[in-house]
Write a protein that binds this ligand. Structure first.
Ligand code: ZN
Length: 116
């Protein structure tokens, strides 16, 4: 990420030098292009700052998911939905069916599922 920031910063410095040189040039089109370039680079720098911020937020969310105690709760979507009980099902136990009880520590949702 630092490489991109350095590249944009270098481009802005070059544009400033070009703008200073262009003040001695009478060609209006050249000066307009340098002005447009300055605006475009400033916008690119702002968008890059937004991307860096978004990237930091996504990294934080990913870290929270990776260190979460459970899976996503079907009700509140927090990663606090865990198995609290697991035993062979009375009907499907002979076929390897387990009756698992899940509970969410955030919203309290509690459900049973038969899993094989
Ligand atoms: Zn929940």
């Amino acid at each position: 990420m630092q490489d991109v920031i350095d590249a944009v910063s270098n481009a802005i410095s070059l544009t400033k030098r070009l703008r200073n040189i262009s003040e001695n040039i009478k060609e209006a089109e050249f000066r307009n292009i340098v002005a447009d370039l300055s605006v475009e680079l400033a916008e690119a720098k702002m968008k890059l700052a937004d991307l860096i911020s978004e990237n930091a937020d996504l990294r934080k969310q990913l870290s929270e998911i990776e260190t979460a105690p459970g899976i996503a709760c079907p009700s509140c979507r927090k990663y606090t939905y865990i198995v609290v009980k697991s035993e062979p099902d009375k009907t499907f136990g002979d076929l390897g069916g387990l009756r698992r009880t899940y509970q969410c520590s955030a919203c309290g949702l509690k459900e049973e599922k038969i899993e094989t």
